[in-house]
Design a protein around this ligand. Structure first.
Ligand code: PMV
Length: 348
């Protein structure tokens, strides 16, 4: 009779170069390579207790999100466990009691799947090593690989440093199957970025990310977008190495707008930005022009705005946000996070 238990905390991430579109072949492989920052202060905590006795021939698990069952997340986890069934004996042979929670409020429109699947993947990978007495080796690469099968962008959440996912000529060790750490020294002031997430619209998205990815297949503009993202990844790598914040801002904002442009260029077309999103973008541009301070925005597949800025300007930027941007936020809500601290194991 075995009974194994493990807990992990895993942060969310925000892409600078966006993954938007999947390869036609394989499972959850990106059409272009992407890079993200780890949002250290916005994370999921997950505990898995694995108990003997799954003889059902299919994944057996229970799920509590913040202490309560959650049907939509349950379906995602079911698919995820089916995908890793063949490789993970712990999934085939044990019943998994999964308890998870996020430290950021629900219903903010912040994607919790990257943090959630990152934490789940780390737990499963490490439990498998224990269960197989080391025949399977838990590595961050393996955890990233399985996180990807839950949610593509989750594979970048298992690192502290910026993470690169997708084969790209700039990074020898890069792969479509898992993310790797950005393996170069990052120069000041880009080595200490902060993110303030402005909650513009906390509602359900009208088009989910997986539908959005799907709408790129057969889209005549998709190839041009993939080429642009590929070129932008080399450029942002150079900017990070040199600490060239002006180039960095230009690439980051262009990527955010290209992501949303692809939504408008899809068939059916759709818009996930809200009037508040545009108002905030304009305010940021004006503030930057007037003050010369290096503050910029990026966007996820939603209406919320991520405001990025180097640590040393925190006071000025937080004042700017609180005085000029909060009126565009739902319930005046925004969440602050530093970047760069990765996952943490919470039990022995
Ligand atoms: O991981 P998914 O399938 O939720 O897709 C995420 C896509 C973006 O967040 C828009 C971009 C990215 O690279 O994270």
């Amino acid at each position: 009779m075995s009974n194994l238990k493990i807990s992990y905390r895993c942060p969310s991430n925000i892409a600078l170069i966006k993954y938007w579109g999947k390869k036609a072949e394989g499972i959850q492989l990106p059409a272009n390579a992407s890079i993200s920052l780890t949002l250290s202060d916005l994370y999921a905590e997950t505990t898995i207790s694995a108990v003997d006795g799954n003889i059902s021939g299919k994944p057996s698990f229970s799920l509590l999100l913040d202490g309560k069952p959650k049907k939509s997340f349950e379906t995602k986890i079911q698919h995820f466990l089916e995908r890793i069934w063949d490789q993970y004996s712990i999934v085939r042979e044990m019943h998994l009691q999964i308890e998870t929670s996020n430290n950021f409020p629900h219903g903010t429109g912040i994607a919790s799947s990257a943090a959630g699947f990152g934490a789940l993947a780390l737990c499963i990978s490490e439990l498998e090593e224990e269960y197989t007495n080391g025949k399977y080796k838990h590595t961050v690469e393996n955890a990233s690989k399985i996180a990807r099968l839950g949610s593509g962008s989750a594979c970048r959440s298992v690192f502290g440093k910026p993470a690169v996912w997708g084969k790209h000529e700039y990074f020898d060790k890069s792969s479509d199957e898992y993310a790797i750490e950005f393996d170069y020294e990052i120069a000041f002031p880009l080595n200490q970025l902060n993110d303030a997430v402005l909650i513009i619209d906390a509602g359900e998205k009208t088009v989910s990310s997986s539908e959005g990815h799907g709408l790129l297949s057969g889209n005549p503009y998709a190839e041009a977008r993939y080429k642009s993202a590929t070129a932008n990844l080399s450029k942002i790598a150079e900017a990070l190495k040199k600490g060239n914040i002006h180039h960095f801002i230009h690439i980051v904002e262009s990527e955010a707008l290209q992501l949303h442009a692809m939504m408008m260029l899809s068939n059916p077309y759709y818009i996930l930005m809200r009037p508040g999103t545009l108002a905030v973008i304009e305010k940021i541009w004006k503030f930057r022009e007037q003050t010369g301070l290096p503050v910029m925005f990026t966007l996820d597949a939603g209406a919320n705005v991520h405001v990025l800025y180097p640590d040393e300007y925190t006071e000025q930027i937080v004042n700017f946000i609180e005085n000029e941007l909060l009126l565009f936020c739902q319930n005046r809500t925004y969440l602050r996070s530093r970047t760069g601290r990765g996952p943490e194991k919470l039990t022995n």
